[in-house]
Design a protein around this ligand. Structure first.
Ligand code: XMP
Length: 512
C-alpha cells in the first residue's frame, strides 16, 4: 500500500487541484468524502490528512463536519481555508463570521517559518477566499503567520503536527503554494516522494479491473490525446475486453484513419472497429453552410452511428471516456476568481444516459500534462501524445460554408503539406494549433500564360495556453513562403494562400 495523503473533501472547487499539487510532489493522495471515519482512514494507511476548503460556514446549522476522531489518529493534519476554521471550531478555539469577507490577494507575513514555511520568503502573496475566521487559538496552537485581516492566518500545533492556513496554497495565484504543500508532505508527514506515473498506471489498472470485472467496455476512439491514452490504459488493464469504435465521418484529415488503424489495431492489438459512415455524414451535410447547423448535424449523426455500431459488438456494460479533470483549464480569470479558471468540456455529451451504460473514466482526476505523461509511459508515440487539438466536427468546420467531397480533397492535400512542414521544422510542437481552412471563394491566379480562377486556402497557426485566448504565430517569412509555394504548386486548384493574423478574441481559433 503506498503512503497515502487523505484529502477530505468539504466541497471546495479546488479539492482536485490540491490532489494534483500532491502528485506534483510525487506523493500519492486520495480524495475522501468529509464524513469518512478515522477507522477507515487508518485502514487506508493514511500518513497525513488535508482538510479542503469548502463553501459552507462552520457555524452553519448543517455545516459539514469530519469525524472528530481524525484528530486522534496521530497523523499530521493541514486545514486549508474551511479546514482551518474547522480546526478553530472543533479543537477548542473560536471561529466567527468575519466582518469583512476576505477575497482575493493578500500578503501573508510569516512569523515563524518552522517546518511548514521552511526555506520560503518571509512575505508571500497569497490567495484568500473566506467569510469566517479564527479569532481564538485552540489549546496547543500558536500563530505562525499573519495577514492584515487576521493574526491567525497560519497556525500550528507543533506537538500534534496540526497546521491551519487561511489561504489556498493549491491555486496558481499563491506564491510558493506548491512549496507549502511540499513542506507539509515531506517535512511534516515525512512522505517519501516516490509516487510516479508508473505507480499511477498500476493503480489505475487495478481499479479498472476491479470495476469492470469480466464485462465488455466500449470506447469511442477519436485518435486525440485523451481517448488514445484512455484506450491504451484500458487495454493494459483488460486487453480484449475493450472494444474501440472509430467513426470515419468523412471529415478526417489525410491518412488519419489509416494511422489510427495501424497504431491501435496492428501495433497495440486493440479490438478496433472502424465504422465508415462518411457517405452518410456528407449526404446530410449537403447544401448546409450555416456553421451551427453543420455542427448539430455532425453531432447527431455521430451519436446515431456510434449507437448503431454497438449492436454488432454485443453486450457491453461499460462506456469508457477520456474525460479529464478539467478538460480545459482556463488561465484567464473571470471576476478575479481562480475558481472560474475551471471549465469542463464534454465531447460526447448525452451518450451515456441514453445508452444505459455505466461510465469508466480512468483519467478523470488528471490534468492534460499528466495524461501526456501516462501516454508516454504506456508507449504511445510522440505524434499521439503531443498531438494538437482537433475539433470533434473535424474538417466540417474547416471547410467554410458547404462541405463537399471536392472541397475536402483540396483542404486535405493543403493541410497535409502544412503539417509536414510544421513537423519538419519543429514548429508543430511549439504552437497550439496549425491547420488549413478552405475558403468558399475563388480568386484569380496565373499559371504560365493561363488565367487560373481557383480556390483560396487560409493558414491558421496560433499560440495559446488553453484555447480561451490565442495569438497568431509569427512564423518565419521564409517558411510561410515555402508552405505557400508548395500548396499552390502541389495542390490542384489552389491559386492563393493567405495567412490569418487575427487573435482570439475577437476572432476564434476555428473559422466556424
Ligand atoms: P475556438 O474556435 O472556439 O476553439 O476558438 C477553441 C478550441 O476548441 C476546439 N474546438 C472544438 N473542439 N469540438 C471539439 O472537441 C468542437 O466542436 C470544437 N470547436 C472548436 C478548437 O480546435 C480550439 O482548440
Amino acid at each position: 500500500m503506498p503512503q497515502t495523503i487523505a484529502v477530505l473533501d468539504f466541497g471546495s472547487q479546488y479539492t482536485q487541484v490540491i490532489a494534483r499539487r500532491i502528485r506534483e510532489c510525487q506523493v500519492y493522495s486520495k480524495i475522501f468524502h468529509y464524513r469518512t471515519t478515522a477507522a477507515q482512514l487508518r485502514e487506508e494507511g493514511v500518513i497525513g490528512i488535508i482538510l479542503s476548503g469548502g463553501p459552507s460556514s462552520v457555524l452553519a446549522k448543517n455545516a459539514p463536519l469530519p469525524d472528530p476522531a481524525i484528530f486522534e489518529l496521530g497523523v499530521p493534519v493541514l486545514g486549508i481555508c474551511y479546514g482551518i476554521q474547522l480546526m478553530g471550531h472543533l479543537l477548542g478555539g473560536q471561529t466567527v463570521p468575519s466582518k469583512q469577507r476576505e477575497y482575493g490577494h493578500g500578503t501573508l507575513v510569516i512569523r515563524k517559518p518552522g517546518r511548514l514555511f521552511a526555506k520560503l520568503p518571509r512575505k508571500l502573496r497569497v490567495w484568500n477566499s473566506h467569510g469566517d475566521k479564527v479569532t481564538k487559538l485552540p489549546p496547543g496552537f500558536s500563530s505562525i503567520g499573519t495577514t492584515d485581516n487576521s493574526p491567525f492566518a497560519a497556525i500550528e500545533d507543533r506537538k500534534r503536527n496540526f497546521y491551519g492556513i487561511q489561504f489556498h496554497p493549491e491555486v496558481f495565484h499563491t506564491e510558493h503554494g506548491v512549496d507549502v504543500v511540499r513542506n507539509f508532505l515531506v517535512r511534516v508527514c515525512a512522505a517519501a516522494q516516490d509516487w510516479t506515473t508508473k505507480d499511477f498506471i498500476a493503480h489505475a489498472v487495478a481499479d479498472i479491473r476491479a470495476k469492470v470485472g469480466k464485462s465488455r467496455v466500449i470506447l469511442g476512439l477519436s485518435g486525440g490525446v485523451d481517448s488514445s491514452v484512455a484506450a491504451a490504459l484500458l487495454h493494459t488493464a483488460i486487453g480484449r475486453q475493450l472494444t474501440c469504435v472509430f467513426v470515419d465521418n468523412g471529415l478526417l484529415r489525410q491518412d488519419e484513419r489509416e494511422t489510427v488503424v495501424s497504431l491501435y489495431a496492428r501495433n497495440f492489438k486493440i479490438d478496433l472497429r472502424v465504422v465508415d459512415a462518411s457517405t452518410l455524414f456528407l449526404r446530410r451535410l449537403k447544401g448546409v453552410s450555416e456553421p451551427e447547423q453543420k455542427r448539430k448535424i455532425i453531432g447527431r449523426t455521430f451519436v446515431e452511428v456510434f449507437e448503431k455500431s454497438l449492436k454488432s459488438i454485443g453486450k457491453a456494460k461499460f462506456l469508457a471516456q477520456g474525460t479529464l479533470y478539467p478538460d480545459v483549464i482556463e488561465s484567464v480569470t473571470i471576476g478575479d476568481n481562480p475558481a472560474s479558471l475551471i471549465k469542463s468540456h464534454h465531447n460526447v455529451g448525452g451518450l451515456p444516459a441514453k445508452m444505459k451504460l455505466e461510465l469508466v473514466e480512468p483519467l478523470r482526476e488528471l490534468f492534460k500534462d499528466e495524461v501526456r505523461a501516462v501516454g508516454t509511459a504506456l508507449g504511445l508515440p510522440r505524434e499521439v501524445v503531443w498531438r494538437q487539438p482537433f475539433p470533434g466536427p473535424g474538417l466540417g468546420v474547416r471547410v467554410a460554408g458547404e462541405v463537399t467531397r471536392d472541397r475536402l480533397v483540396v483542404l486535405r492535400a493543403a493541410d497535409a503539406i502544412l503539417q509536414e512542414e510544421m513537423k519538419k521544422n519543429g514548429w508543430y510542437w511549439k504552437v497550439w494549433q496549425s491547420f488549413c481552412v478552405y475558403l468558399p471563394v475563388k480568386s484569380v491566379g496565373v499559371i504560365g500564360d493561363e488565367r487560373n480562377y481557383a480556390d483560396v486556402i487560409a493558414l491558421r497557426i496560433v499560440e495559446s495556453k488553453d484555447a480561451m485566448t490565442a495569438d497568431w504565430t509569427r512564423l518565419p517569412y521564409d517558411l510561410l513562403q515555402h508552405i505557400s509555394s508548395r500548396i499552390t504548386n502541389e495542390v490542384h486548384n489552389v491559386s492563393r494562400v493567405v495567412y490569418d493574423i487575427s487573435s482570439k478574441p475577437p476572432a476564434t481559433i476555428e473559422w466556424e
